[in-house]
Design a protein around this ligand. Sequence first.
Ligand code: SF4
Ligand code: SF4
Ligand code: SF4
Length: 226
Amino acid sequence: MSCSRRDFVSGASALAVVASSGFATSSISLATESEKKTIRYAMVHDEKACIGCTACMDACRETNKVPEGVSRLEILRSQPYGEFPNVQYEFFRQSCQHCSNAPCVQVCPTGASFVDKETGIVDVNPDLCVGCQYCIAVCPYRVRFIHPEKKSADKCNFCRDTNLAVGKEPACVEICPTKALTFGDLNDPNSAVSIKIRENETYRTKVPLGTEPNLYHIPFKAGEKK
Ligand code: SF4
Ligand code: SF4
Ligand code: SF4
């Protein structure tokens, strides 16, 4: 799927929803809570290393049995930069940000959407989900969908119940041929993900909303911010 840079930063309507619901104002208390967690999983997508092969998307679909027509993870390709034949593309990972201050969890009326206390992963319990779609409406990153077979809300959960459950890294991280993805515990200063963030210029999207996303990007061109 192609997408312009402007599309990457769209979401003004989501901003309005969040702002009017007051989610941003409660970020401080929830952040404090997240800091107490033993583990806080995060991911870095190095846009300089990504070649847009989409192997991560396929691995996610296969590992987590995601049906065709919906997706937990997309790699969005920008418009071309430069003149043919010296054309470059920028690739952007779109997936759940595992927000420390997650509006999807706050609006869920049944407790189906939750933050895993041990890891900070935002997940969905399909047995509790009634399919009301409140969480889909309020997610500023537009990464949730109704699973066509389970009829419950779904999205990336860092392979919490698949690869992580058997001691492996998320499927996307495992498969990436260029090591563009780094996953790990942000509360551990010596983890690969902490080191990656410390040693590179990174950015996160829609930070002013107060969601405190845990998906970091190393920009395609140094200094660019979306
Ligand atoms: S990106 Fe969306 S679905 Fe994921 S935790 Fe944040 S608000 Fe929830
Ligand atoms: S669709 Fe399911 S997970 Fe989302 S808000 Fe409704 S009950 Fe909660
Ligand atoms: S597998 Fe790696 S290089 Fe390929 S699109 Fe995904 S992040 Fe980029």
